[in-house]
Design a protein around this ligand. Structure first.
Ligand code: AQP
Length: 358
């Protein structure tokens, strides 16, 4: 319960940029499902964010429904939480604009995800004086360019959170920096215009908050990775899980231990730990004297079995578009109600005149 004796407000979101990865599941969605009973929960499917990288319209629309069916299959019971599409709710972009006007560009350019994403497009951020970063174009596609959406993404994310005055935001480790910016913006706004926003707290799980790529274990696992072997998706069938885990990069040597010099093995152990509930010490003891093959085959079985109910439920739900649409309609209504309340307050504080409705 919050200080006013009301339920705490929880908000978190995922981008409909593809099927949910095992990283999305372990770092985020699985934990959301545990928060439904005691809190008022809003879970967004953030389609506005998804267009910061090129997205085919028909696929994006399909991904939204896929994402919702996966949310529900992972345990987000629509009777106990509000699930909505970001573009259905007025206020996200409006608040993002207001926050943009109190965000220094330098803070956005320093974001790790911005640097990673621009690097993927073929640009490298090279440091110069002060806050400014210059971008050099190194062996990239000549048409590659950085759109302002990639830069402003964290401000829209801050608006997603502050629009609901969320108390807590359960996210994976990669979003911690963005959440820090969101907290700074909320504080800046409160300072400039008087107390308006709750300062949201991150909730980052102890285990599973940073699942790494199976083929490059020093990079995080991403649902939009072009390398088919890098990412496990929660809907992957057992045969595919087996293939991906078998080809996962391990390390030289044969000892199964979790240390930074063995990022591949450490990653497999952390996936095991997140699913089995055993800690690293217990797992190292369990696998003592055994080879990587044993770890991989046990892990394959663990992942396949753990995700079987999710796969089955998803296939049932995705057939029923009418039901999925009704969940989104309910979610949008509840989200909009709360969003208008907070947006109205923000507009008044900023000095936008009220509309005469007589
Ligand atoms: N590898 C990960 N390990 C743990 N948690 C993760 N999350 C993402 N990747 C991992 C968490 O999942 C939630 C939803 O993420 P998102 O869809 O908003 O975007 P993202 O963080 O950019 O995730 P992806 O999979 O890497 O998407 P793409 O490929 O589209 O950029 C967040 O809470 C995130 O922390």
């Amino acid at each position: 319960m919050s200080s006013e004796g009301k339920k705490k407000v929880i908000l978190s979101c995922a981008q409909p940029t593809g099927k949910l990865s095992l990283g999305n599941y372990l770092g985020a969605v699985r934990n959301w499902a545990e928060m439904l009973e005691k809190n008022e929960c809003f879970f967004g499917i953030v389609d506005l964010h998804a267009i910061t990288t090129p997205a085919k319209p028909a696929l994006l629309r399909q991904n939204v429904f896929d994402c919702l069916a996966q949310y529900i299959a992972c345990g987000l019971d629509p009777e106990k939480c509000h699930q909505f599409v970001q573009s259905h709710v007025v206020g996200h972009t409006e608040l993002a604009w207001i926050l943009t006007c109190i965000t220094p560009i330098g803070e956005l350019q320093r974001m790790t995800q911005f640097k990673d994403k621009t690097a993927k497009l073929g640009f490298k951020a090279t440091h110069s004086d002060g806050d400014d970063l210059k971008f050099s174009h190194e062996g990239a596609r000549p048409q590659a360019s950085i759109n302002a959406g990639i830069l402003c993404y964290p401000v829209l994310m801050a608006a997603d959170i502050l629009l609901y005055n969320a108390d807590q935001v359960p996210v994976g480790e990669d979003q911690r920096q963005h959440l820090e910016l969101c907290r700074d913006l909320a504080q800046r706004f409160n300072h400039q215009y008087s107390e308006t926003f709750v300062i949201p707290k991150p909730y980052v799980p102890k285990v599973g908050s940073r699942i790494m790529s199976l083929s490059e274990p020093t990079r995080k696992m991403s649902k939009s990775d072009k390398n088919e072997r890098a990412t496990l998706f929660i809907l992957d069938e057992p045969d595919l899980i087996k293939k991906k885990i078998s080809s996962a990069v391990t390390d030289s040597g044969s000892k199964i231990e979790s240390n930074s010099e063995k990022p591949g093995v450490a990653n497999l152990l952390s996936i095991h730990s997140a699913l089995s509930g055993q800690n690293t010490d217990q797992l190292e003891e369990h696998f003592a004297g055994k080879g990587y093959g044993v770890l991989k085959s046990e892990l394959t079985e663990l992942i396949s079995d753990s995700l079987q109910p999710v796969r089955e439920k998803y296939h049932e739900l995705i057939q029923d578009k009418t039901y999925l649409k009704s969940v989104l309609a309910q979610g949008a209504n509840a989200a909009q109600k709360r969003a208008y309340k907070i947006l109205g307050k923000v507009y008044r504080k900023v000095g936008f005149p009220e509309r005469d409705r007589t």
